[in-house]
Design a protein around this ligand. Structure first.
Ligand code: ASP
Ligand code: MG
Length: 405
């Protein structure tokens, strides 16, 4: 007997037929003798619809009310899943994030989980029932309903799995696992059987959309094994687990691309200590997450600094940067939204030289110009023109021979 947390994403509970299929699977898992805790997302595009409704209704959306509104989506799915389980003879009860004891900080719209009490969930399990928990939400230390940010149900599931010391956390979605590249871009990409938390973190941070980044961080920090799989085919998917030193590491496991960032260049700044410090402190004060940074070698005492920020933060970043122009004596601030970041990820890179050279040669052979480069011990990222991103992903996938055969 095992304790499993099963999380079902929006597409998995999109309509009543899907909910019935999900209930069948939960019932099946339960009847095999497992304890099951279910976490659900809002049905289909409910969250997007609610956001649209809010915008249609008012030009101001107080964050507290926005969270109250959005948390309703998950309530609908949890009640319906419990009804479908009741029809299957399984005793199930639904719990909001607050009832489940998911305690968060007070930052509406992107609250962080501080503690998972889980008393009622444990009691339900002890009574032999299946608790069904609304994902993506909690209650703040000030007793207000909060949400965890888009895709936050993954984080709810992992946090519950950690608190309950579950044997595994299964993330059910509409794809059958983590792939060596986005299958829509590279049809011959393959499903990975197993991947380390570190690789998954890099994938989630560089445009892979299967798992929310924070849920992977949480899973790694709390040693929760994840199983990403499909609720449409129910076939075994991808395990995200601790790196196993006895395993032979593949050099490269996945290629990702991301066009959610924009590039800002601050031109003609004096090449002297303190300029970058001022610039990036101001951006940090506005909670802007700067990703890649490049500073050119100076000529005649001035230099250019380029960096990337999420497109959503571009206008704030430009305001902040432009305001600094007189203070840092820059000549110009330029914005570029036509970039994409292509990344090559693999734990084996640590011990295999030559991966970087292959990346550069592959892009060069296709006349793709590299504008910025950044690396970690298991990732190489290049900023290129966004209209060349898909070609780059396909060519790199080929160069590292990641296809099935
Ligand atoms: N329903 C929320 C969203 O669409 C949370 C989730 O699906 O994980 O972002
Ligand atoms: Mg989702």
């Amino acid at each position: 007997m095992a304790l499993v947390v099963q999380k079902y994403g929006g597409s998995s509970v999109a309509d009543s037929e899907r909910i019935k299929a999900v209930a069948d699977h939960i019932a099946h898992t339960y009847r095999l003798g497992n304890q099951v805790v279910v976490v659900v997302s809002a049905m289909g595009r409910t969250t997007d619809d609610l956001i649209r409704l809010a915008k249609e209704t008012s030009s101001v959306q107080p964050p507290r009310e926005m969270d109250m509104l959005l948390s309703a989506g998950e309530r609908i799915s949890m009640a319906l899943v419990c009804m479908a389980l009741a029809e299957r003879g399984i005793s199930a009860s639904s719990y909001t994030g607050s009832q489940a004891g998911i305690i968060t900080d007070t930052v509406h719209g992107k609250a962080k989980i501080l503690e998972v009490k889980g008393d009622r969930i444990r009691a339900a399990l002890e009574a032999g029932a299946v608790p069904v928990v609304a994902g993506f939400q909690g209650v703040s230390t000030e007793k207000d309903v909060t949400t965890l940010g888009r895709g936050g149900s993954d984080t709810t599931a992992v946090a519950l799995a950690a608190a309950l010391r579950a044997d595994a956390c299964e993330i059910y979605t509409d794809v059958s696992g983590v792939f060596s590249a986005d299958p829509r871009v590279v049809p011959e990409s393959k499903r990975l059987k197993k991947i380390s938390f570190e690789e998954m973190l890099e994938i989630a941070a560089t445009g892979g959309k299967v798992l929310a980044l924070r849920s992977v961080e949480f899973a790694r920090n709390h040693h929760v094994p994840l199983h990403v799989r499909s609720s449409f085919t129910w076939e075994p998917g991808t395990w995200v687990v601790e790196e196993d030193p006895s395993m032979e590491q593949v050099v490269v496991s996945a290629i990702t691309s991301d066009n959610s960032e924009a590039k800002i260049t601050v031109a003609g700044v004096p090449d002297k200590p303190g300029i970058a410090a001022k610039l990036f402190r101001s951006l940090a004060n506005h909670s802007i997450n700067v990703d890649m940074i490049v500073q050119n070698t100076s000529r005649h005492g001035t230099t250019d600094i380029s960096f990337t920020v999420p497109k959503d933060d571009l206008s704030t970043s430009l305001e902040v940067t432009n305001r600094l122009v007189p203070e840092i004596s820059a000549s110009d601030v330029l914005a570029d939204t036509g970039i994409a970041r292509v990344s090559v990820i693999g734990a084996g890179m640590k011990t295999h030289p030559g991966v970087t050279a292959t990346v550069f040669e592959t892009l060069a052979a296709a006349q793709i110009n590299i504008e910025m480069i950044s690396t970690s011990s298991i990732r190489i990222s290049c900023v290129i023109r966004s209209d060349q991103a898909e070609t780059a992903v396909r060519l790199l996938h080929q160069a590292f021979e990641l296809s099935e055969n």
